[in-house]
Design a protein around this ligand. Structure first.
Ligand code: BYC
Length: 319
């Protein structure tokens, strides 16, 4: 889109600041496209954290021991915190979180495809921590250097917590993989189901990623979808080997020259079907969020009434 003449100097200054590695802060001038792209990406991220509580929250009452229950509870609460933290960050761009929530509930906004898959066994909780939080860390460590200050700072704290999540997940997998043959088979089955969807978390391949060019130009993204996916695979294959678990990809092989684990073709038709709402749990997830929204109506009404009362009291004192 052509830039109006009076904005070209502002844009040049904005891009120079980004090139110099400066942070863009909420009150700074920014192009509308930058604001729009960040709002889209950050709100999608916040929704993912909130919807991401559902597949694991499903196992809190069935965790196999008190220790497991406590760490799972803590992890799911952390995800809630991450969601709220990122919604706050998104609000610094001038959008209201009620509007963002409305966009999630009516299907205008996306959330990560991975959370449209079910968690069928306790091993899934371990594998989600290992692979899904592992993928999130790879993606978010780079976002901690994003050009938008509030988002980058949120990522620093979130990554610390995601590291704990990943370790608890990997430890669950380790205990099960060294347990009875049935327990090991449970981990293998969970990996078979969740490996490919975890790779899809990084988004479409670079040749098919319409938002990447702009986000890379403005240093919101610092690496491409394919670069991060490859990094995740390189980190994860040795962890699978250490567990004695086979990743469900017969084409996976180490390229000694590049040091990369080469991998097979991702089924992009599955990815696009999940994005269109045709994943195994899309309806269930949105129904759960809609119910939470409806059940929380009285809390919002009470908070609004309280705020109005406080405001009225302040006005009376001031008069
Ligand atoms: N799922 O042009 P592209 C977490 C959409 S971790 C759904 O490459 P972009 C958690 C994309 O939005 C997960 N949609 O987009 C972990 C775009 O559609 P629109 C959350 C996806 O933005 C553990 C279209 O496909 N993390 O929360 O350049 C426990 C074209 O894609 C997906 C983040 O959100 C997907 N996997 O790159 C609990 C990280 N991939 O919007 C919680 C922040 C792509 O144009 N986000 N799409 O209609 C990002 O890093 C980037 O937005 C992405 C996509 C890499 C995800």
């Amino acid at each position: 889109m052509p830039v109006p003449p009076d904005e070209s100097a502002l844009l040049a200054d904005f891009e120079a600041r980004i090139a110099a590695g400066e942070s863009i802060e909420p009150k700074d001038w920014m192009p509308e496209r930058y604001r729009k792209q960040l709002t889209r990406m950050m709100s999608q991220h916040a929704h993912s954290e909130i919807v991401g509580m559902l597949p694991e929250g499903n196992w809190i009452t069935r965790a196999p021991s008190l220790r497991r229950k406590l760490s799972l509870l803590a992890k799911v609460q952390d995800e809630a915190g991450h969601g709220l933290y990122i919604y706050c960050g998104t609000e610094t761009l001038g959008v209201d979180r009620h509007e963002l929530n409305a966009q999630l509930l009516d299907g205008r906004a996306k959330y990560s495809s991975i959370f449209n898959y079910p968690t069928l066994t306790w091993a899934d909780v371990g594998v989600v921590g290992w692979l899904v939080d592992g993928a999130a860390i790879v993606n978010q460590t780079v976002l901690a250097k994003a050009s938008y200050g509030p988002y980058a700072r949120a990522m620093v704290r979130i990554c610390k917590e995601e590291n704990f999540h990943k370790r608890q997940g990997y430890e669950v997998c380790m205990v099960l993989a060294k347990g009875t043959p049935e327990q090991k088979a449970m981990v293998q089955d969970a990996v078979n189901r969740l490996w490919w969807p975890s790779l899809m978390m990084f988004g479409p391949s670079d040749t098919n990623s319409p938002n990447s060019a702009e986000l890379l130009k403005w240093r919101v993204k610092r690496k491409t979808n394919d670069e991060l996916r490859q990094r995740f695979i390189n980190l994860t294959v040795p962890q699978a080997i250490a567990l004695g678990i086979t990743l469900p990809d017969p084409d996976l092989k180490l390229n000694e020259e590049t040091g990369n684990w080469e991998f097979g073709e991702i089924d992009w038709s599955e990815f696009h079907a999940v994005l269109k709402g045709e994943g195994p749990c899309n309806h269930e997830r949105i129904a759960a969020r809609q119910k939470a929204h409806d059940d929380g109506a009285w809390v919002r009404a009470a908070a609004t009434a309280y705020a109005e009362k406080q405001q009225a009291r302040k006005s009376t004192v001031a008069a």
